[in-house]
Ligand binder design. Structure first.
Ligand code: CA
Length: 228
């Protein structure tokens, strides 16, 4: 999952970046409203965290312009005070949820994960498709109740495919969502990782959980069990 953090306080921006990276996100950062708007318009994001009090362009204005440009990914706002007007204005501008500073990172993470699940049509933090269960909180995967060990990148690919189970995801999109702007991208790596994922989830080639659609991408094709 690729997240954007727009926050002008350097220490907070850095800590959000490193904690989100540790939680499995690829993270882009921006330090003012103008940079944030640029990143929000140009990068293929899954979610954005936007501080409301920003230099150059306010967080509210950034959100309004992103929504006006038909960017539909979930947005979580960071409000400086426990001020209900800020929250109401943020939600009216197009944000989906808010966290008031100071916050515990766990709260930010839980809200982001909930927004991402709902954006994918899932109500529960456990994604179940056929016999495959992915727990987005524990970041664990099981097939028929038996745990499957995945690397960080394998997990990220599977989470992305399962959150949007049934949809075709292009190789380019997967590549862009897995790496932030500082990373060298190579779509051949995705092919290798998907191949490994298939062998781990389906060693006997009975399930065929991940379909390849020639020239279009991949689709997690096992039926969802608990779509919300
Ligand atoms: Ca601020």
């Amino acid at each position: 999952m690729r997240a954007l953090v727009v926050e002008d306080e350097a220490a907070l921006r850095q800590s959000l970046k490193s904690e989100l990276a540790a939680a499995g996100f690829s993270v882009d950062v921006a330090q003012d409203g103008e940079e944030g708007l640029f990143a929000g318009l140009e990068y293929p994001l899954d979610v954005a965290l936007i501080d409301l009090g920003l230099p150059k362009l306010s967080g509210l204005e950034v959100i309004r312009r992103l929504r006006a440009a038909h960017k539909t990914y979930p947005i979580l706002i960071l409000t400086a005070r426990d001020n209900w007007q800020d929250k109401v204005e943020g939600l009216q501008a197009g944000a989906d949820d808010y966290v008031a500073k100071p916050f515990h990172f766990e709260e930010v993470l839980a809200r982001l994960q909930a927004l991402l699940r709902r954006a994918g049509g899932w109500a529960s933090p456990e994604l179940k498709c056929g016999p495959v269960t992915l727990d987005t909180r524990a970041q664990t995967v099981a097939v028929d109740g038996v745990a499957v060990e995945l690397t960080t990148f394998e997990y990220r690919i599977l989470e992305h495919l399962m959150l949007r189970a049934g949809e075709v995801i292009s190789k380019a999109e997967l590549t862009e969502r897995l790496y932030d702007q500082d990373f060298e991208r190579d779509s051949n790596v995705i092919e290798v990782l998907v191949g490994r994922l298939r062998r781990k989830l389906d060693p006997n080639e009975q399930l065929k959980p991940i379909e390849t659609l020639r020239g279009r991408g991949y689709r997690f094709s096992l039926a969802r069990q608990s779509a919300g």
